[in-house]
Design a protein around this ligand. Structure first.
Ligand code: ZN
Length: 286
């Protein structure tokens, strides 16, 4: 299944992408794709509901309606840094012996086609196409063998980053990762059964039509089962939580000279099987 949410920001309703490309509004039966939904076997209930007579009378989402992130605001957005060898090299950093883990503010979450707002005072706003994992079950001290059973599905994520605030202002990376609109996720949450091998997905990102990132999850240093198991030794992963697995080479920081986003730039990205995003950058204004 491909789950999505539509409507005005913070008032989104739930929907499902039908095989013919239309969006079925399922909000009468499923108020939101949130922690409670996943924790109460929501995916199984949704699958059964879609096969029931109730689904036949559900409304369609009108074409052209804004898509929000495909999940409600989660308890955590956990990010993995330097998880592709080529990106660690372009960043001038050593390949990590253990995963680099940081948080991204959950208020950064936004829809896949929403504008990127370059934050006030930013000179180094940068892009990062990433595979995001959405948890379907609580995970605490899980093994690598059990890890994928805890996954609801996968989504496309652009881990926008303000490099000066991330790297030049001291302390933790979270400062450069957390501005509003810095976490577009979607268009869909693609359930795990639809992705044959999460370790073999192509990722691409272009700016103004020029391809900068062209990677594949086969080049992850730490793969998805390892990351889930690893993180669950330090914290409880809750249903609906997001783990963003890192970005391949080709970010603005890695260009010679470095290249950062400016108002009017068009950022387009995609992951095999997980859909596409498009953002237009604009300057912050009240
Ligand atoms: Zn990242």
């Amino acid at each position: 299944m491909k789950l999505l949410r539509f409507g005005p920001a913070d008032l989104e309703k739930t929907a499902v992408l039908l095989p013919d490309g239309r969006h079925l509004d399922v909000s009468a039966a499923f108020p939101d794709y949130d922690e409670k939904f996943f924790a109460t076997d929501g995916l199984e209930r949704l699958r059964a509901w879609l096969a029931s007579p109730a689904a036949a009378s559900a409304p369609l989402v009108p074409a052209g309606v804004r898509l929000g992130p495909p999940i409600a605001r989660p308890s955590k957005i956990i990010c993995i840094g330097l998880n592709y060898r080529d990106h660690a090299a372009e960043s001038g950093m050593a390949e990590p012996a253990e995963p680099v883990v940081f948080f991204k503010s959950t208020s950064a979450l936004t829809g896949p086609s929403d504008e990127l707002v370059i934050p006030r005072g930013s000179l180094k706003t940068d892009w990062e196409v990433e595979l995001a994992v959405v948890m379907g079950r609580t995970a605490r001290y899980v093994s690598e063998a059990e890890a994928l059973d805890c996954v609801a599905g996968y989504a496309l994520h652009n881990d926008y980053s303000e490099r000066a605030w991330q790297l030049e202002r001291g302390g933790q990376w979270v400062k450069g990762k957390s501005a509003d609109t810095f976490a577009p996720i979607g268009p869909w949450l693609v359930t795990r059964d639809e992705i044959a091998d999460v370790g073999q997905l192509a990722l691409t990102l272009s700016v103004n039509g020029r391809v900068f990132q062209n990677g594949n999850t086969r080049n992850l240093i730490f793969n998805v089962p390892f990351l889930i198991s690893y993180l669950s030794q330090f914290m409880t992963l809750l249903p609906g939580d997001v783990i963003s697995t890192g970005t391949p080479a080709g970010v603005g920081l890695g260009q010679k000279p470095p290249l950062y986003l400016k108002p009017g730039d068009v950022i387009e990205l995609g992951i095999e099987g997980l859909g596409q995003q498009r953002q237009v950058a604009r300057a912050f204004s009240i």
